[in-house]
Design a protein around this ligand. Structure first.
Ligand SMILES: [Zn+2]
Length: 58
């Protein structure tokens, strides 16, 4: 599953989450700091640019 980038406005911290495409379409991930979703916004991920450095397989 792809890794998505998010940003929590409450914590003012970016974070990443692995989630299914359909999950990402439906909403946002839970912030690992405050465990809330209402202050989390999606960020456009740049993960496609780092595919050459594969650290985790499928
Ligand atoms: Zn948070």
């Amino acid at each position: 599953m792809p890794v998505y980038e998010f940003y929590c406005r409450r914590c003012q911290k970016p974070f990443t989450a692995v989630m299914h495409v359909s999950e990402h379409d439906a909403g946002v991930a839970e912030c690992p700091e405050c465990h809330r979703k209402d202050e989390v916004e999606k960020r456009l991920s740049s993960f496609t640019a780092v595919t050459s450095r594969k650290s985790a397989g499928v």
